[in-house]
Design a protein. Structure first.
Length: 192
């Protein structure tokens, strides 16, 4: 089973994933990352000193994703493992498709190719207002995407909401402003 966790920066994905991993005994992977090539791409796309065109950004994320699927994700799923994935295609749909205004369908087609059509069984969307999410992470150094500004994050949040509304059988929307134990309990209930 592939369970993805999505949401804006500062929504609490890392905290939720740690709790889910404990409860479900699942393998945890992150995006971009999880394998050497993807980790190198992560370093590149996160670096605020590097100028990256929006289309190049989308292609880099798709390349990192393709390598993760081929090298780790597909073999794990084929072995019967439950995998918790910190971000997946929906992040690109929201961040590059919506936030960068490249278009959700264009980014969907690119990622369909990158993943060979792999789709999550369930997606947990941690819903938080952009300003609240960014306030939670204000004490750490902002990466390149986190520096994109309020209008960018408003578009990302709106795109996430539209994706969830269009696919209610896969998405579970969780209120990320609730205490972490409450969010975890709601996530577990939705998964069971």
């Amino acid at each position: 089973m592939l369970i993805t966790v999505e949401g804006l920066d500062g929504a609490g994905k890392t905290t939720l994933i740690a709790g889910l991993a404990r409860e479900l005994g699942a393998t945890v992977l992150r995006e971009p990352g999880g394998v050497e090539l993807s980790e190198r791409i992560r370093t590149l796309v996160s670096d605020p000193s590097v100028r990256v065109d929006a289309r190049a950004e989308a292609l880099l994320f798709a390349a990192a994703r393709a390598q993760l699927v081929a090298e780790r994700l597909s073999p794990l799923l084929a072995s019967g493992a439950t995998v918790l994935l910190d971000r997946f295609v929906d992040s690109s749909l929201a961040y590059q498709g919506g936030g960068r205004e490249l278009g959700v369908e264009a980014i969907r087609a690119l990622n369909e190719f990158a993943t060979g059509g792999l789709r999550p069984d369930r997606t947990l969307l941690l819903r938080i207002e952009p300003a609240a999410g960014l306030a939670r992470i204000a004490d750490r150094s902002a990466d390149r995407l986190e520096q994109a500004g309020g209008e960018f994050f408003a578009r990302v949040a709106q795109t996430y909401d539209e994706l969830a509304a269009a696919d209610p059988d896969r998405y579970v929307v969780l209120d990320a402003t609730q205490p972490p134990d409450t969010v975890l309990a709601h996530a577990l209930a939705a998964l069971r």
